[in-house]
Ligand binder design. Structure first.
Ligand code: ZN
Length: 89
């Protein structure tokens, strides 16, 4: 196994030449599950400062999945307009 650099390194972004912030910051995430849409707030993510791509740890993704499946009773609900997009002729 090749020896890895032990010092904390910046992870490169998968989508551009940027490097991810070492620090997680809270972001808002839109997900859908079983035909319902969910908005998570304050989800910790590492964000590419260059292209804005957000990276979530496997633990965070699992927790979002779990929360969507459980759908606790006291969720705040907002209505979301759905627009079928088409370019005007
Ligand atoms: Zn990027």
């Amino acid at each position: 196994m090749p020896s890895k650099n032990k010092t904390p390194k910046l992870d490169p972004c998968e989508y551009c030449d940027g490097f991810l912030d070492g620090q997680e910051k809270p972001v808002t995430v839109f997900r859908h599950y079983a035909g319902s849409h969910f908005i998570f707030e304050h989800v910790p993510a590492r964000v590419c400062p260059r292209c804005g791509e957000r990276y979530f740890s496997a633990r965070v993704v699992r927790e979002m999945d779990r929360l969507m499946k459980e759908q606790p009773l006291k969720l705040a609900t907002i209505s979301v307009p759905v627009i079928a997009f088409s370019l005007a002729a």
